[in-house]
Design a protein around this ligand. Structure first.
Ligand code: ZN
Length: 146
């Protein structure tokens, strides 16, 4: 629905963004091809042993696609693919103040995947909101760089 945002709400969303969209795939090698065909560039493969995944990023405008391939049958991504097949896994939103956002979510009974803010591979801070509290979408919140 088209609705003109008030100037105030425009200003207050400036520090928010879709940081990336996570997609679970069986093979990075085959999954990346479609993006390269349409002219996007894909980063080198990077392994995250803690998450048991290998990933590439596909920058698209101001956001990125994150292709995630499991490196073990025990990984969260492997289990997701076994249960639901390849596809959209999570949406990552950048917020200006993660601590404040998490506190508000907790106060309002929102279900988080883990209680504590995690530290990612690149040192970024993140937390996951359970799909049961976010319209069926696994929501990752990461903090904006100031
Ligand atoms: Zn992610």
């Amino acid at each position: 629905m088209a609705r003109a945002p008030a100037p105030h709400s425009l200003r207050s969303t400036m520090n928010f963004a879709v940081d990336h969209i996570g997609i679970a795939v069986k093979s990075l090698h085959s999954a990346r091809a479609i993006y390269e065909l349409i002219g996007l560039s894909v980063t080198d493969e990077e392994e995250v042993p803690a998450e048991q995944v290998r990933l590439v990023m596909v920058p698209v405008g101001e956001t990125r696609l994150e292709l995630l391939e499991p490196t073990s049958d025990d990984s969260v991504i492997a289990k997701f693919i076994a249960k639901r097949g390849e596809g959209l896994h999570h949406i990552s939103l950048r917020v200006p103040d993660l601590e404040a956002a998490v506190m508000k979510l907790k106060q309002n009974g929102v279900r988080l995947v883990s209680e504590k803010i995690g530290i990612g591979a690149g040192g970024h801070r993140y937390i996951f909101v359970h799909p049961s509290s976010a319209g069926g979408v696994l929501l990752e919140l990461v903090e904006s760089e100031h």
